[in-house]
Write a protein that binds this ligand. Structure first.
Ligand SMILES: [Fe+2]
Ligand SMILES: [Fe+2]
Length: 336
């Protein structure tokens, strides 16, 4: 038993060390958008776009301002190889004859990740051009950090799914449900990113619960249950120390609070519970109810819906339950 506990703690230390390495770095893709917007306002071009490859999602994406040459965009930008071809097109140090500036964007570690394009009637002077190149470097830096953070997040979720196979997929489904509710509540783009990350990481503290408890096939004894119940506090501590996910630690800390104040760890009540935690609580409970457990079969969606309604105003925030239940048909389409 002692050996098992040691393994858990060593895993935790390793994760903490890894997370610390990316401490306090920009974490949102919206920071790249802000850089692009600043460039757009500064250069006043006809159009400005960034075409990039998202390594985590494995897809191309484009952020654009003003008019963009749809011909090139629609036809060719589908794969990372296309970026390479376009880069080959980049004949005279990034300047094409039609005042169409193509700047390849690299990660600081050296990999090509996207292409910055600027169309302007007036040619750029040397200074303006070097500023554009410097901005491309900045964007590359942001993207590499953002990719690392998201890669780390994906790795943590995979570690959690591997360690607790009975709950595999739980974090991702909770994130889908929570994001859905967040959108319906009109949360902003950055808040939605944070909410989704918090939902993905809500049970990350379970990594520190010893194997003989986390993998126990039957019902838990009160003592074992008390250990499981430390996971929001442990999870929040992990995220707090990580720096990069510190801003969502409170959402994780309070995901087992109840609307009537009878939850844990804080016994917070009503709107004193952070909104993200209230959303995650509904998403989490719904997924738990509709998943098989060793000691009981999954409930049907209809039965889970009834239980949510019954607990609205006591266990859960009634507004969040309303939004969730109203959207169940749409949610079913997303997850199935
Ligand atoms: Fe939990
Ligand atoms: Fe959970």
């Amino acid at each position: 038993m002692v050996a098992e506990k040691d393994v858990s703690l060593r895993q935790l230390d390793f994760i903490l060390e890894t997370i610390k390495k990316v401490k306090n770095l920009p974490r949102r893709l919206s920071e790249v958008k802000k850089v692009l917007e600043t460039l757009y306002n500064f250069y006043r071009p006809e159009g400005l776009s960034f075409v990039g490859y998202d390594e985590v999602e494995r897809r191309m994406y484009q952020i654009e301002f003003g008019k963009v040459d749809r011909n090139i965009v629609d036809k060719d930008i589908e794969t990372l190889d296309t970026i390479r071809e376009l880069k080959a097109f980049d004949n005279i140090d990034g300047i094409l004859p039609v005042d169409n500036y193509l700047i390849p964007v690299y990660f600081p570690s050296g990999r090509l990740v996207g292409l910055l394009r600027l169309f302007r009637k007036r040619k750029l002077n040397r200074k303006e051009f070097s500023l554009l190149k410097a901005s491309a470097e900045l964007i590359g830096g942001y993207l590499e950090i953002n990719g690392s953070a998201r890669g780390l997040l994906a790795a943590l979720i995979e570690a959690q799914d591997a360690r607790i196979p009975i709950e595999a997929g739980h974090a991702k489904r909770v994130a889908v449900y929570a994001e859905f509710v967040g959108k319906k509540l009109n949360l902003g783009e950055d808040d939605l990113v944070d909410l989704k990350q918090a939902a993905l990481l809500h049970d990350i503290g379970k990594l520190a619960v010893p194997d003989h408890i986390i993998k126990k096939p039957g019902r838990l004894t009160p003592d074992e249950y008390a250990i499981i119940k430390t996971h929001p506090v442990v999870g929040a501590r992990i995220l707090e120390k990580s720096g990069i996910f510190a801003h969502i630690s409170k959402a994780v800390l309070h995901h087992h609070e109840r609307w009537d104040g009878a939850g844990y760890p804080g016994g917070l009540r009503g709107e004193n519970i952070p909104l993200f935690s209230r959303i995650i609580a509904v998403a989490d409970s719904f997924d738990a109810m509709t998943s098989d457990r060793p000691y009981r079969r999954a409930l049907s969606w209809e039965e889970a819906r009834k239980r949510l309604l019954r607990g609205a105003g006591s266990q859960w925030d009634p507004q969040v339950v309303d939004v969730f239940i109203d959207g169940m048909e749409e949610i079913e389409e997303i997850v199935v």
